[in-house]
Design a binder for this molecule. Structure first.
Ligand code: SAM
Length: 249
């Protein structure tokens, strides 16, 4: 009887240790993902999408995707833009560094994946797994500020675009003071680097985009309440930077 109790006690201790290790590694993974702007879980994704709805709409209007479009959304998160704002594009693709987000995006795009009109992969924005000239448009929302090498990512966006293709990028939900070209800060969703409109334009031009348009979209109207929250967090504007890859000569 005593031996049985000792064995049961040991097994319980081992099970507890395994459960603790699993929990702490999950905790570590969540912490790492959050440091690059990935709000954890379905609820985190939902809240992030709720706050970003004005941005998706601004991007969808500017993108104006149609059946002839093959759109890549870089750092797609759980696929909100592709699912609800790029449905008219003939083909869509998403890539994100966080496996949990990619799994959710795949779940939400299941019908399109099955139909062969979508693909979603785990990967880094700075090394895109597609050949040159593959897409008609690249979008990247609420994410580039978390990338360690923004110019490397922009060079990749340019490489995978067809000649004449467009890239639509949001750099940070804040406008920097006159003369300040970049600011690295710790926000609610990890450390990010915001850059000025001038710096964003230069970075796109250096990657080969021409022309480059920078549009500031104020959050207003039906999104006043969300705008109020964003203002409290330090930003109330969206920056939609659009660059075009020059058509081949
Ligand atoms: C704030 S979320 C935005 C998600 C989505 N673009 C949206 O607007 O709903 C930032 C996303 O960037 C992803 N991310 C961060 N660094 C990345 C990188 N180097 N390559 C690809 N994805 C990255 C994170 O995993 C996270 O899903």
């Amino acid at each position: 009887m005593r031996r049985t109790l000792v064995i049961v006690g040991c097994l319980a201790a081992v099970a507890g240790a395994v459960a603790w290790a699993a929990r702490s590694s999950r905790f570590e993974q969540a912490r790492e993902a959050m440091s690059r702007g990935a709000a954890p879980g379905r609820l985190g994704s939902r809240l992030n999408s709720l706050g970003d709805r004005p941005m998706y709409r601004a991007f969808a209007d500017a993108l104006d995707a149609g059946p002839g479009d093959d759109v890549l959304d870089v750092a797609c998160g759980w696929g909100e833009f592709l699912v609800n704002h790029a449905a008219d594009a003939g083909h869509v693709a998403g890539i994100d560094l966080t496996p949990e987000k990619v799994a959710l995006a795949r779940e939400r795009l299941a019908d399109r994946l099955e139909a062969g009109t979508a693909e979603v992969v785990v990967g880094d924005a700075a090394t895109l797994p597609w050949p040159d000239g593959h897409f008609t448009a690249v979008t990247c929302m609420d994410a580039i500020m978390f990338f360690p090498d923004q110019p490397a990512a922009l060079a990749e966006f340019h490489r995978v675009l067809q000649p004449g293709g467009r890239a639509l990028i949001s750099f940070a939900a804040e406008q920097l003071p006159e003369g300040v070209e970049s600011r690295t800060a710790r926000g609610v969703a990890g450390t990010y680097t915001a850059i000025s409109a001038t710096a964003a334009r230069q970075m796109l031009e250096q990657a080969g985009f021409d022309p480059v348009d920078v549009t500031w979209v104020p959050i207003a109207g039906e999104h006043q309440r969300i705008g109020g929250v964003l203002r409290a967090l330090g930003g109330d504007q969206l920056d939609v930077v659009i660059g075009r890859k020059p058509a081949a000569a």
